[in-house]
Design a protein around this ligand. Structure first.
Ligand code: ZN
Length: 63
């Protein structure tokens, strides 16, 4: 999936609320505030924010 890094998950959680964050790949909910999740924007218009858990972000984006 193409996309660009939107913001730190802290900023995203601030606007969305942590319980709104579910990994788009494994559907795991973000329950650990210490985990560094990533938010990506799709190329759609308007762009959609896509959350990735650390495991899936590493697999998808090879960080
Ligand atoms: Zn995941």
């Amino acid at each position: 999936m193409a996309g660009r890094l939107l913001a730190s998950v802290d900023e995203a959680a601030e606007s969305l609320g942590t319980n709104a964050l579910v990994c788009v790949e494994c559907l795991r909910a973000w329950t650990e505030p210490d985990e560094r999740w990533r938010m990506y924007l799709t190329d759609d218009d308007p762009p959609e924010a896509i959350p990735y858990c650390p495991d899936c972000a590493a697999r998808e984006f090879d960080f």
